[in-house]
Write a protein that binds this ligand. Structure first.
Ligand code: AMP
Length: 273
């Protein structure tokens, strides 16, 4: 892959990378389409990265559908699919980590998934070094991941432009996710509590509410009305630093992680105050 990228770059062709874990849906394809618009060559990586899953998480049962993914990527005119085996990405003796410190990785998902972002930054560093893209595309669905990667790229001078893309949702508002496949029929209905809480947050902010604690408490009570919902976190934080805010000012992120049965879903929205 690296050899091919070096050859393409030597010819003066620009490369766009969309990193994914496969089981592709419209959210992933929005990254691929933007990469197609911006670059001469589009590379999509498909790799379910073991180092970003904690013990007891869903690494083994994470949905995998390489054949279906290849069909979708062919239809989007992607040029190269990079789908390495775990043994090829992590050769025996792999012992290097890449870690972004501070609030960016210790709050929100970092709290409930210790080590998760370290796994993400290790694999994204490797993918950037292997694919050598001019631009790499990430969804705001994983807002914290996007901010962590931006910080890593800035701190370590990766020569790549990180391009964010908005959340793609189902018709009824549920944020698309490969993990939505796990939901039972009832859980799928209950999961709408996430987008309803975020819509409520946006309305309250529009009405003038600026108290972060109140806004978070409001979202929490709304979600608690759905008995099957088990809240992991509900947070209202600064959208750049992900640190707590008391009063909303500037770009503010409302972020949620909620379990329905065994399935943990995340969603978020950003408001500009
Ligand atoms: P994943 O396969 O879940 O690791 O996601 C790969 C990339 O697709 C990440 O940058 C995600 O943020 C992005 N992505 C996943 N779901 C969505 C969505 N519903 N809307 C936009 N981007 C998404």
């Amino acid at each position: 892959m690296q050899k091919e990228s070096r050859r393409l770059r030597a010819e003066g062709r620009s490369i766009g990378l969309a990193p994914t874990m496969g089981a592709l849906h419209e959210g992933h394809l929005s990254l691929v389409r933007k990469a197609r618009e911006d670059n001469d060559v589009v590379v999509v990586s498909i790799f379910v990265n073991p180092t970003q899953f904690g013990p007891g998480e869903d690494f083994d049962k994470y949905p995998r559908d390489l054949a279906g993914d290849l069909d979708k990527l062919e239809a989007e005119n992607a040029d190269i699919v990079f789908a390495p085996a775990v043994e090829d990405m992590y050769r025996s003796g792999h012992s290097t980590v890449v870690e972004v410190g501070g609030a960016l990785t210790s709050t929100l998902c970092g709290m409930s998934r210790p080590g998760h972002f370290r796994g993400v930054t290790i694999v994204v560093s490797k993918l950037l070094n292997i694919v050598l893209p001019d631009r790499a595309y990430f969804g705001e669905k994983d807002f914290q991941q996007l901010q962590v990667i931006r910080r890593m790229v800035r701190d370590l001078n990766f020569p790549v432009e990180i391009v964010p893309l908005p959340i793609v949702r189902e018709k009824d508002g549920l944020a698309m996710s490969s993990r939505n496949k796990y939901l039972s029929k009832d859980e799928r209905i209950d999961a709408l509590a996430l987008k309803e809480a975020l819509e409520h947050f946006r309305e309250r902010v529009e009405e003038g509410e600026r108290d972060a604690m109140k806004l978070a408490a409001d979202m929490m009570s709304l979600i608690e009305e759905t008995p099957s919902a088990e809240i992991d976190y509900v947070a209202v934080v600064d959208a750049e630093t992900l640190e707590d805010v008391a009063t909303l000012a500037g770009r503010t992120l409302a972020a949620l992680a909620v379990k329905f049965g065994a399935t943990r879903l995340i969603d978020n929205t950003v408001v500009e105050v």
